[in-house]
Ligand binder design. Structure first.
Ligand code: C2O
Ligand code: CU
Length: 464
């Protein structure tokens, strides 16, 4: 008889977890009838021509070639995917921003075992919310995401208003040398600051791609910042546009213009763009945050004008996120800080070998009596207010898995009541995020600048 190894145990629990995932909320017969054929997502190491006729080696994707597919799902309809691991290290998939069962959340050790080379894991869930989301591994993330494993998810709502065109942009950088090959993914001195930037910027794995859209038509542009480091300040040149959704949630109560909205890694933005009437006119989406602003993608008006108007864009239907009862809410104080301990820590699933950052003074995983204890234990169904304070001189896109929060107030001035899974907190800012703890499980909470996440700025909340 084969000895029981740690690996075989994890394999056994993978099979159980997969079956459990499919069986949520129903018996096996009902599941068999309603479960869709799983979408196969097989990790692969490929060569891809990203910047150059000379292909880049060691690019990672799901599938055989090119960018990870845009996954389309429908709100309220079951989705299933089988992750097959074709690369030579363990991996998982996290469905960023999606309020799905904890077992499906893709965080190794916390909620599921590693998926080793040659193994598979079945994910199955029903998206409760419509909007733009994304997917990425939660293992050795700096390298796996840095080398390509970041894909966009569109959850459609059958009641969505009709647009004349829709374009999805996966925005990310790559760290290449002059020969279009990968260079070291990070520098420790930058990991201790705002993170290490890529050298080449792409939209849908292309440098400044151009897309056609009907002249005078309404274009729904979905963007996802899937980069591991870069914060963006978008600007649109050549057309009028309204922000209609951020981080998968319609903006309420009305749309607003794009000016000076800053979004961090992990965040998504949807624009309604009214294309110019003149055939051939070009609209550019730019990032004006860096000292040298960059054009990310352009859109060219084609055909005779459809003569639409931004006033024709109705509000999107809000997602079913419960509003927190702020009056009765318990408060959870969270302080984001730098840590003096630069000793190598031993976090789960890939380490940078440094610890520069901490939440409530504890760098993950902490040198505390229980190094893997949750930050806070929340009671299922109750309301909470996260009082988060950033005492570092850098901005941090803080992401909470499995739950959506509402931005209540900030020390920086009036806020929009955005519903989100990621809040970009500025240096010295204090912010209040309200939520209802309506999804049981252990939910990771971390900075989405992956070097910060991997150098201490990670923890989790337990809802039970
Ligand atoms: Cu985008 Cu912990 O995730
Ligand atoms: Cu950070």
């Amino acid at each position: 008889m084969a000895p029981i190894t740690r690996r075989s145990l994890l394999k056994a629990s993978a099979a159980t977890a997969g079956a459990f995932g499919l069986g949520i909320g129903g018996n096996l017969v009902a599941t068999a009838l309603s479960a869709p054929e799983p979408r196969i997502l097989k990790t692969a190491k490929i060569q891809a021509a990203l910047t150059d006729p000379v292909p880049t080696r060691d690019v990672l994707t799901w599938g055989d070639s090119g960018m990870p597919p845009v996954l389309r799902m429908k709100k309220g309809e079951p989705f299933a995917a089988r992750l097959v691991n074709g690369i030579d290290e363990p991996t998982t998939i996290h469905w960023h921003g999606m309020r799905i069962p904890n077992k499906m959340d893709g965080v190794p050790f916390l909620v599921q075992p590693y998926v080793y080379t040659g193994d598979h894991f079945d994910y199955a869930f029903t998206p409760p919310d419509a909007g733009t989301f994304w997917y990425h591994p939660h293992c050795n993330t700096l390298i796996q995401m840095g080398h390509g494993l970041t894909g966009v998810i569109v959850v459609e709502n059958p009641d969505d208003p009709q647009f004349d065109a829709e374009i999805v942009l996966n925005l990310r950088d790559w760290r290449f040398g002059d020969d279009a090959q990968f260079i070291a993914q990070f520098r420790p001195r930058d990991a201790a600051k705002s993170g290490t930037y890529g050298t080449v910027r792409t939209a849908n794995w292309k440098v400044q791609p151009q897309y056609d859209a009907p002249a005078g038509g309404l274009l729904r542009l979905r963007t996802a910042i899937t980069d591991v480091t870069r914060i963006h300040s978008f600007r649109l040149e050549g057309a009028q546009a309204l922000v209609i959704a951020i981080d998968g949630n319609p903006v309420a109560p009305t749309h607003f213009p794009l000016d000076l909205l800053q979004l961090g890694p992990g965040q998504r933005m949807e624009l309604a763009i009214c294309m110019p009437d003149d055939e051939g006119a070009v609209v550019s989406l730019r990032d004006v945050r860096p000292s040298k602003p960059a054009t990310l993608a352009t859109f060219r008006a084609v055909g005779t004008s459809l003569k639409r108007d931004l006033r024709d864009v109705p509000a999107l239907e809000p997602n079913p996120v419960l509003p927190p009862d702020v009056a009765s809410a318990e408060h959870i104080p969270l302080v984001l800080s730098a840590t003096a301990e630069h000793a190598a820590s031993n976090p789960i699933c890939g380490s940078l070998g440094y610890s520069f950052w901490a939440i409530n003074k504890v760098p993950w995983t902490g040198d505390t009596p229980d190094p893997t204890a949750p930050l806070a234990e929340l009671k299922l169904g109750r309301s909470y207010v996260i009082d988060m304070q950033n005492v570092t001189p850098h901005a941090h896109p803080m992401h909470l898995h499995g739950l959506s929060f509402t931005v209540l107030s900030s020390s920086t001035g009036p806020v929009r009541p955005l519903v989100s899974d990621t809040y970009l907190i500025q240096p010295d800012e204090r912010v209040q995020l309200g939520l209802v703890a309506d999804n049981p499980g252990d939910w990771l909470f971390h900075c989405h600048i992956i070097e910060h996440q991997k150098a201490g700025m990670t923890s989790y909340l337990r809802v039970s």
